[in-house]
Write a protein of this length. Structure first.
Length: 481
């Protein structure tokens, strides 16, 4: 069954149940109100008749009893309301109508009269009410006691035919049912409009979901924060945005991986070809004796390139899968930085660069893993050399609040904002066409970033295109970690 019909049925059941309860309540209320009004009217007749019946003659001080003729005339006046009277004396004997003999009120009712209570009954069926000559039918009535000087002198039974009262109730019920029928029809129409409105909002989500299933992540649902459906639309937009970012990142990484595989294949093929050629030359004595040392050095360099390529990938995967355990110690940061500069002197010479180390103090202690410290700054400094020709590289070591700050600045080609944003990505190369990047995997700075995060440190990059780049690394003292 379609949701719109389920919604309409749900609305209809709620409305119908509510109206049914309301109808029964109104019917009962109307019935009680009608009886109450009738009893009040009949009681007022009984009281008025009592006042006239119990008047005293100011001269003789005798009670002016109301005659049967007077009550007959009063019934004739009230015949449109079908009002009837019966009068009882203090001995519970019916004295009006006069042709009724041996008629008494039931003992339990008479006890209430003696207690000055007005008796009210909805019907005279089965309760021993007065009998009337040539008169019949179900009646509702009240019995009003008459007291004079604190003594019971009689009681009047005042009744009205229930048929008249029920006729009024039927008229009210007819009007009520007509109104409820109109309300029910209008409610069904409104239920349809509301159901259609909610279904249209759900259909928007269905349409958007189909779009996402077709890899269209540009879809967006408008919402107004009115209800849970709007909250769902908001969450849907967040989900789609996240999926789009994930999809873009996957494509981004796939392209990087493709580029890496292309570069790695090329980089591996070149040294392997070189090594294979030298080995063949050595095997068949094709290399002159004076060139053998040079050939062996070349083969060693190419082997180191392969080892570095494999090591970078292994390190990255170990870091990514949390397989590396840091062994943090405190040591002087100046000494390993000097060692790194010594290791890279050939690269500095080839790039015609100068480098200097400036420290606040001769001994600046840093709390990190020694081997990873060397790995971090070897990559950063080597990166600075690769993108700087005929320039200057400066390494500054400064004590700061709660730790140490080490910056590596160069006067190289600099970076754009987009390059700075992507520089930590796996396989990313700022300029893949540059010759100085030969043998590099594109993983160096990505490894640097992850190692610094493992140390709970920070790294920032400041750069201006054509003027150089500065890497600022901060490590914190043991007591602040």
């Amino acid at each position: 069954m379609k949701l719109i019909y389920q919604q309409m049925i749900g609305f209809f059941v709620v409305i119908f149940t509510t109206l049914s309860i309301l109808t029964l309540s109104i019917q009962k209320s109307n019935e009680n109100l009608e009886y109450e009004q009738t009893w009040n009217r009949l009681e007022s007749y009984g009281n008025s008749l009592g006042k006239m019946a119990l008047q005293q003659n100011p001269q003789t001080h005798q009670i002016k009893n109301v005659t049967s003729e007077f009550i007959d005339d009063l019934e004739n006046v009230l015949q449109d309301q079908s009002v009837q009277f019966a009068v009882f004396n203090s001995a519970n004997e019916q004295v009006y109508p006069e042709n009724s003999t041996d008629i008494h009120l039931k003992s339990d009712i008479w006890r209430q009269i003696q207690s000055r209570k007005v008796v009210r009954k909805q019907t005279n069926n089965g309760i021993g009410s007065p009998k009337f000559a040539n008169k019949s039918g179900e009646m509702t009535f009240v019995i009003v006691p008459w007291y004079m000087d604190g003594k019971l002198v009689g009681a009047v039974w005042v009744g009205s035919q229930v048929a008249n009262l029920k006729s009024n109730l039927q008229d009210m019920e007819k009007n009520l049912y007509t109104t409820i029928a109109i309300v029910l029809v209008i409610s069904i129409f409104i239920s349809y409009i509301l159901s259609k409105y909610y279904i249209s909002r759900i259909n928007r989500l269905r349409y958007a979901t189909k779009k996402v299933a077709q890899n269209d992540f540009d879809v967006k649902i408008k919402f107004k924060n009115h209800d849970e459906i709007d909250d769902l639309a908001k969450d849907f937009n967040v989900m789609v945005r996240s999926l789009k970012e994930s999809s873009d990142e996957i494509e981004h990484q796939e392209q990087r991986l493709k580029d890496f595989m292309d570069n790695a294949s090329h980089e591996m093929k070149t040294p392997l070809t070189t090594i294979n050629g030298i080995l063949e030359g050595l095997q068949y004595d094709a290399i002159p004796e004076e060139s053998k040392d040079k050939s062996i050095n070349l083969m060693r360099n190419e082997t180191n390139r392969l080892i570095r390529l494999v090591s970078d990938n292994l390190d990255y995967e170990k870091i990514r899968t949390n397989q590396i355990v840091l062994n943090k110690t405190s040591f002087n940061a100046v000494k390993p930085l000097n060692n790194i500069v010594s290791q890279l002197k050939n690269e500095l010479k080839e790039a015609h660069d100068t480098i200097k180390i400036v420290a606040d103090e001769k001994d600046v202690e840093v709390y990190v893993d020694y081997d990873r410290f060397v790995q971090i700054f070897f990559n950063i400094i080597k990166n600075a050399i690769q993108f700087t020709e005929n320039g200057e590289i400066k390494i500054a070591i400064n004590k700061i609040n709660r730790g140490v700050m080490i910056s590596v600045s160069d006067t190289g080609i600099g970076l754009t904002d987009e390059q700075i944003e992507n520089i930590w990505d796996r396989y990313y190369k700022v300029d893949p066409s540059r010759k100085v990047t030969k043998g590099e995997s594109g993983l160096g700075l990505s490894i640097v970033h992850q190692l610094i995060e493992m140390h709970q440190g920070s790294i920032e990059v400041e750069s201006e295109l054509g003027k150089g780049t500065s890497f600022v690394v901060k490590f914190y003292d043991k007591q602040y970690l």
